[in-house]
Design a protein around this ligand. Sequence first.
Ligand SMILES: Nc1nc2c(c(=O)[nH]1)N[C@H]1C(S)=C(S)[C@@H](COP(=O)(O)O)O[C@H]1N2
Ligand SMILES: [Mo]
Length: 334
Amino acid sequence: MPMIPRRHGWEISDAEATPESVYLNRRQVLTQAAAAGISGVLAFQPWNSTAWAAKNPLVTGKQANPPAADKYPAGKNTMYTLDRPLTDERVAAMFNNFYEFSTVSKTNIWKLVEDWPTNPWTVEIGGLVPKPKTYDIDDLIRKMTLEERLYRHRCVEAWAMAVPWTGFRLKELIELVQPLSSATHVKFTTFMDPGHAPSQRGIWSLFSSGMWPYVEGLTMAEATNEMTLMATGIYGRPILKQHGAPLRLVVPWKYGYKGAKSIVKIEFVKEQPKTYWNQAVPSEYDFLANVNPKIPHRRWSQETEWMIPDRSVRRPTMLYNGYGEWVAHLYKKA
Ligand SMILES: Nc1nc2c(c(=O)[nH]1)N[C@H]1C(S)=C(S)[C@@H](COP(=O)(O)O)O[C@H]1N2
Ligand SMILES: [Mo]
């Protein structure tokens, strides 16, 4: 009798819609799917977040010596309102996509980041700028204006959440560094640390496309949109490591994979950057990645979504994740 890992009801079908199934080998996929299916039947129970939170009072994943820690909590920008309750802080902190740490599970990333140091940390700003410069993260954050915003988040896999991010507008940084007019895109490169990030080393790097580091990109018009946030905090405190400490991109009208975590380099470039998921599976993850209920993923519909941790309630997906008022004009054909 093979060992079947016991799972909580709310994590039973991790494997059903995750991108990793395209690059793990077929046998692994089948084994995982079978294990998830069987344990799902045996262990399914409605998720009781109150009872669970009582047993797990501490959110782990704090940065050691978080940068600009005295800036929290930052002032609230009340312009962006939610149509749903905020996700429980501990639920958000314990359900993550962070492929550098695991391509298999979302529910133990918070443990896997424990020994990963995010300090010291520098962010290189380069490419088509008059003065390329490497900033210490603490100095960089202190140059910017921090604010808190409530945003919905929609993963391409159909799970969603609503969280308070603290951060600064990317636009403010762009105004500071004054990119040349020849720049058409911004390229975000994230950390490389095979010693701490298991997927970046050995055999795992083969199964995770071998294309590290994770890279994302935006057009200049998207990057300078008011909604585009560089998150440095969450729930009124410095951002947890599992959410992409110490600096993470947040573009809430796009699928979550655009929101690169743990950024070390921001470059202004003159062509569309080659991005991680788009390179790995171009037919399933496009560069644009705007949330759109009418454009199905190749393997599932995008008409509905569910809010973590409750898979049993599906709600309609909104075009641009409900942020069309701010961003639809970017995509109108002239
Ligand atoms: N560096 C890096 N950034 C990443 C990812 C990743 O695997 N590596 N996953 C993306 C995906 S698919 C999602 S949905 C969000 C998840 O963010 P969260 O774990 O803070 O909810 O991070 C995005 N940013
Ligand atoms: Mo995602």
